[in-house]
Write a protein that binds this ligand. Sequence first.
Ligand SMILES: [Zn+2]
Length: 306
Amino acid sequence: MDRLSTKLNTVCNYCGSGVYTPVITSKDPSFHAEGNWTYVKCSKCGLIYLNPQPDQDSITRHYGNIRREYLNKFGLNLIFFLKRVQVRFSKRIPLMRGGNLLDVGCGEDPFLEVQKKRGYNVYGTDVDKTAREHFKKLGIEVRIGNLQNVKWSKNFFDVITLWHTLEHDVKPQETLKECYKILKDSGTLIISVPNFNSLERKIFNEHWIYLSPPRHIFQFTPESLSKVLADVGFRVYKVKYPGFSPQLWARSFLVFLEERKLIKLNSISRIFLTLVLFPFVIPLNLVSTLLKTGSVLDVYAEKKTP
Ligand SMILES: [Zn+2]
């Protein structure tokens, strides 16, 4: 169990309003950060954010503990192998040979490596310096720090991607303003986040695996993400719900059973039961994607013409 010191966040990270309504209270089913965590909806801007929030020091320590305790080398290599295959065949990125592509929150993910092979000039930014060491060996430049502090050139990138990064960000508007500055006028911004309006969240609610407190500071919907983007000068021109992700549905269902004390699982039985549940959750997964209420939300945005 991770003990995180928290502070009461009396104002919305986005608009500064102190008026809000509680929406959902949940435990951390993935990495067991101690305590209950509440998301509230800001009465002014409508965004859903975590309140109270852990301070930055304890959340940084928390990520370090996760790396040490939960992600072993074999598990990471397996995840990265599967991601490499997925990214290779994915149509989520426009093909633009010779274009400049930046991945914000790149980690050690194989995404940049695959896009380099597809012809992009690739760059990364992350707050964790292990990302820079990892990509140095592959000849890929990664700058360490928050996007607004690492100073990429203005109007330089054809494509900027944020894969499951923005929901962790305590100041998403600052990150998006910087994206606006460094993206070319003809460029594309691609953001992928968990979808708070998804069928999976509505069914499992506080047991939804993607709620993921205290790591997810914001919970976005298609509407709220479009609003945040519009506020900094972007126009959303495409919304997609990618996805074959029955493992998420199965894990949400297992969290529900575990927290109701109906079953007790270890890591082996959790993997086994996840696979057993696949035939039951795949239809739900497909229906939610068809109804445009998928668990993951991808938005494609461009700069509004002045
Ligand atoms: Zn607000």
